[in-house]
Design a protein around this ligand. Structure first.
Ligand SMILES: NC(=O)c1ccc[n+]([C@@H]2O[C@H](COP(=O)([O-])OP(=O)(O)OC[C@H]3O[C@@H](n4cnc5c(N)ncnc54)[C@H](OP(=O)(O)O)[C@@H]3O)[C@@H](O)[C@H]2O)c1
Length: 299
């Protein structure tokens, strides 16, 4: 399959492109710099120069592909609402390119955007999602819904915390705050959880979703349903050689600042249905092992 990939040189994309090529696909990656074009060429992919918000160019690239994986996103969280609304337009444009065909469009979302039907249970694939009025990043899920409603073969891949030994997403924030405060904190009993997936398993799921994904499906890239925040804090403490302590929700406002609500919530998620429907299996290293292997002198 000729696959157009946005975000092809990001954290996930740089694992995804070789995985797709190994599986026999021809990859065209969106590239906005000489450096990323070179990275794609070295991986054996073709570079399509452009910005993801240049919607005419984007549509043109998607129209010549047999399938599209959209993994680009601007993670400047200071302007999350703006970037989420831009993502809505990107998905609309990619959707226009695949409508009227059976060509798949796989979009990247997050398990944190799922509105759990049972708050005590992990988020499931059949659960709905928050609205963009509640969480601006949910614009992605809403945009996917709109293309699905028009008959497009859109597949939503909801990612949990993706990790290797160099990248652990929001955990970088916890490490940053610990360095700043000289101690590692978790909220309450620290039993609130974070679902996680090794990046090599996440990209296997992207490939399966592209090849076998059913229109309108939600798949969960979850290797571990929930790693307690206290366990994560203890590994950070060991790495940084700092004390680890419980703080109250009120103290979290001072310690974690704007991410305080996130630090306290439970983000467990399940992938049972995804595994059953796509035959997906996970083999990657677990989150705490990856964290223990972080280069703490550089982190
Ligand atoms: N990593 C996680 O734990 C996680 C969890 C949940 C959801 N997700 C979602 O999964 C997707 C991929 O995540 P990631 O971790 O791989 O993100 P990332 O490392 O930040 O990569 C983002 C990619 O988007 C590209 N991009 C950003 N703005 C662009 C623009 N204006 N024009 C063209 N390209 C642009 C970047 O291009 P350059 O390479 O040129 O910088 C990069 O390739 C995102 O939608 C993300 O929100 C990730």
């Amino acid at each position: 399959m000729r696959v157009f990939v946005t975000g092809a040189t990001g954290f996930i994309g740089s694992y995804l492109v070789p995985e797709l090529i190994k599986a026999g696909h021809q990859v065209v990656g969106l590239s906005r710099s000489d450096k990323s074009a070179e990275q794609l060429a070295n991986a054996g992919a073709e570079a399509f120069r452009g910005d993801v918000n240049d919607l005419d160019r984007l549509r043109a690239a998607a129209e010549t592909a047999d399938g599209v994986i959209h993994a680009a996103f601007n993670h400047d969280f200071g302007n999350l609402k703006q970037h989420s609304e831009e993502d809505r337009k990107v998905i609309e444009a990619l959707g226009e390119a695949i409508l009227g065909s059976d060509r798949p469009l796989v979009v990247s979302s997050g398990t944190g955007l799922v509105r759990r039907s049972k708050t005590e249970s992990p988020a499931t694939e059949t659960d709905g999602h928050f609205s963009s009025a509640e969480f601006s990043r949910a614009a992605t899920e809403e945009a996917a819904d709109a293309v699905i409603a028009k008959g497009g073969r859109v597949i939503v891949l909801r990612l949990s915390q993706v990790h290797d030994t160099r990248h652990q997403g929001r955990i970088a924030q916890h490490i940053k705050f610990a360095r700043k405060k000289g101690r590692v904190a978790y909220v309450g009993d620290g039993q609130n959880r974070l679902a996680a997936v090794h990046v090599t398993d996440a990209v296997t799921l992207f490939k399966l979703a592209l090849e076998k994904g059913v229109a309108g499906a939600r798949y969960h890239a979850v290797g571990e349903e929930g790693v307690p925040m206290r366990d994560i804090a203890e590994v950070i403490g060991a790495g940084l050689k700092m004390p680890v302590e419980s703080i109250t929700g009120q103290e979290a406002l001072d310690y974690f600042g704007v991410i305080a609500p996130l630090a306290a919530i439970d983000l467990a998620a399940s992938s049972s249905l995804t595994r059953r429907q796509l035959g997906w299996e996970t083999r990657g290293q677990d989150l705490l092992t990856d964290l223990r292997e972080v280069d703490w002198t550089a982190a």
